[in-house]
Ligand binder design. Structure first.
Ligand SMILES: NC(=O)c1ccc[n+]([C@@H]2O[C@H](COP(=O)([O-])OP(=O)(O)OC[C@H]3O[C@@H](n4cnc5c(N)ncnc54)[C@H](OP(=O)(O)O)[C@@H]3O)[C@@H](O)[C@H]2O)c1
Length: 264
């Protein structure tokens, strides 16, 4: 398969590190002009530089904007008025006793994980429809379908994101714009690396440590290791391409078989 995104402009929310950064790098590798986003000029500038180092000739624009706010979304829109590929990657997570999560914390999770995506879809979908081509991809999680007791607030926002994707796919019906969600499983990001070290110790090689972590703490994984961010990015690049023109309204898994279900 040959994927050429040379004529496309892509925005990846929350892409200065982790999965978002891998997606930005992979889209740039496929030729897209990529907008990397984070909250500060320092982190976005450094991420753009890292993409340029990794991908010869990459076209990357850093835009610092807090996308948990309407002002941040408006600032991004002003900086980048037209977008062909929107990747709603921004998301926060953390373990909390569910009985101790107060209303403000619930609202914060909703603002960052759900409304940030809704605002950007509202911002960019009309232009995509007018041009008869567009891709919207939101990064959900296994926690959307297997709600963890210690992360109910997170799981709920990711379930909501799946509904947002399905609903907006209907709103885009027949327009040439596809809207999908990617269900990412346990992934090897910086935060997760610290978590693994905390649970199984930092005194052994990474591969051994992560496999022990998966055996003991994520036994449902069928690949018995963490997913690399680039593996999530591969599916996002495919969904962003011409080749995925008949896939819309879907929730596609890159979870290493973690969710014990045949569908989605
Ligand atoms: N890690 C996993 O195992 C896993 C598994 C399944 C799904 N996911 C999902 O994958 C996505 C990415 O997760 P990750 O672990 O790669 O994230 P991460 O490493 O925590 O990175 C978060 C990114 O978001 C940016 N960010 C945070 N708040 C922001 C805001 N208000 N406005 C704009 N940017 C903001 C950060 O940039 P600055 O700090 O520079 O602002 C950073 O680039 C999330 O939606 C997450 O739920 C992750």
């Amino acid at each position: 398969m040959h994927i050429d995104l040379n004529e496309r402009t892509a925005v990846v929310s929350g892409s200065t590190q982790g999965i978002g950064f891998a997606i930005a790098q992979a889209l740039a590798g496929a030729g897209a002009h990529v907008v990397v986003n984070g909250r500060s000029p320092g982190s976005t500038g450094a991420a753009a530089e890292r993409v340029r180092e990794a991908v010869a000739g990459a076209r990357v624009t850093p835009v610092a904007a807090d996308l948990a706010t309407a002002e941040g979304a408006a600032a991004l829109h002003e900086a980048v008025p037209e977008v062909d590929i929107l990747v709603n990657n921004l998301g926060i997570f953390g373990s909390r006793d569910p009985l101790e999560i107060d209303d403000d914390e619930w609202r914060r999770y909703f603002e960052v994980n759900v409304l940030s995506a809704v605002r950007l879809i509202r911002t960019y979908l009309p232009g995509m429809r007018d041009r008869s081509w567009g891709r919207v991809i939101s990064v959900a999680s296994d926690s959307a379908v297997v709600i963890p007791a210690e992360m109910i607030h997170y799981g709920v926002t990711k379930t909501a994101l799946l509904a947002v994707g399905r609903g907006f796919a209907k709103a885009a019906a027949g327009s040439g714009v596809t809207v999908n969600s990617v269900i990412a499983g346990p992934t090897h990001t910086g935060g997760v690396e610290d978590f693994v070290a905390e649970l199984v110790g930092a005194d052994r090689p990474w591969d051994e440590a992560q496999r022990q972590f998966m055996r003991e703490h994520r036994p449902l994984s069928l690949i018995e290791r963490l997913i690399e961010p680039s593996e999530i990015a591969n599916l996002v690049v495919y969904l962003s391409s011409e080749l995925a023109s008949a896939t819309t309204g879907g929730a596609l898994r890159v979870d290493g078989g973690y969710v014990d279900s045949i569908l989605p």
